[in-house]
Write a protein that binds this ligand. Structure first.
Ligand SMILES: CCCCCCCC/C=C\CCCCCCCC(=O)N[C@@H](COP(=O)(O)O)[C@H](O)/C=C/CCCCCCCCCCCCC
Length: 218
């Protein structure tokens, strides 16, 4: 794995990237899309620092972030201010292919669902990382979290490629160094702070999608 140069570390701190998720929730607990996407962009930035072997994952995440940014910056941008307003707008205007792929293969609802499923992986992974021992293996933590969440939505070939990429993850200490948050204790404390936020954003989105029967958009 080719790690980042020391000088690059000065410009990167994983905490700053996760902070975007803190801004996600509006006072009435709606998920603000701009901040949600900023959170994901930060995670992709981190993933890119882990090496080219994760390129196919970061490329897929980036393209989904871009699809949603295009909606946000497009002529109906105000309808995409929150995930709640996006769902309402796209459903009322029949802009979602609900049962099979049709004329809206890249709707906002479908695209966000892919990131939302990945957020569950993140939640599980952060919790494993937070509670891991010094000799914990990030590759195993990542694979277990993936198998409990995202894997069920991926075909064999993607699962296989993801599994191989996970084997290239650095050990726990080196992983913490790439995060550039501070000592292992500081990393653990930061993860403890970040997790409830990620969980809340995930749960709010999950309930919204379940309420509108959107959890299986093809
Ligand atoms: C302190 C913890 C640090 C964690 C840092 C995590 C950084 C992770 C950054 C990005 C996560 C990637 C998000 C991946 C989104 C995947 C969306 C998806 O499911 N796409 C598939 C379906 O899309 P459609 O075909 O229906 O449009 C697509 O087929 C996926 C292709 C790529 C493979 C995705 C594998 C996902 C593995 C997630 C684990 C990332 C490993 C990160 C290692 C730290």
């Amino acid at each position: 794995m080719a790690g980042p140069a020391a000088s690059e570390n000065q410009n990167f701190c994983f905490k700053d990237e996760l902070d975007a998720f803190k801004l996600c929730l509006s006072p009435n607990k709606e998920v603000i899309l701009e901040h949600y996407l900023a959170g994901w962009s930060g995670l992709v930035k981190f993933l890119n620092r882990l090496g080219n072997v994760f390129g196919f994952i970061s490329k897929d995440a980036s393209s989904k972030i871009q699809i949603l940014r295009n909606f946000l910056n497009g002529e109906s941008g105000s309808e995409y201010f929150t995930v709640q307003s996006m769902v309402k707008y796209e459903l009322e205007n029949k802009l979602v292919d609900l049962k099979k792929a049709g004329s809206h293969p890249e709707s906002g609802c479908r695209t966000l669902l892919r990131l939302h499923r990945a957020l569950r992986w993140l939640e599980l992974f952060l919790e494993r990382l937070r509670t891991s021992q010094e000799d914990g293996k990030t590759s195993a933590m990542c694979a277990e979290s993936y198998n409990e969440s995202l894997a069920q939505f991926h075909p064999w070939v993607v699962r296989k490629a993801a599994g191989l990429a996970f084997c290239m993850l650095p050990g726990r200490l080196a992983f913490f160094e790439v995060m550039n948050v501070g000592t292992p204790d500081q990393v653990v404390a930061m993860l403890g702070e970040a997790l409830p936020v990620v969980t809340e954003v995930y749960q709010i989105t999950q309930e919204l999608y379940a309420k509108h029967d959107l959890l299986d958009i093809p």
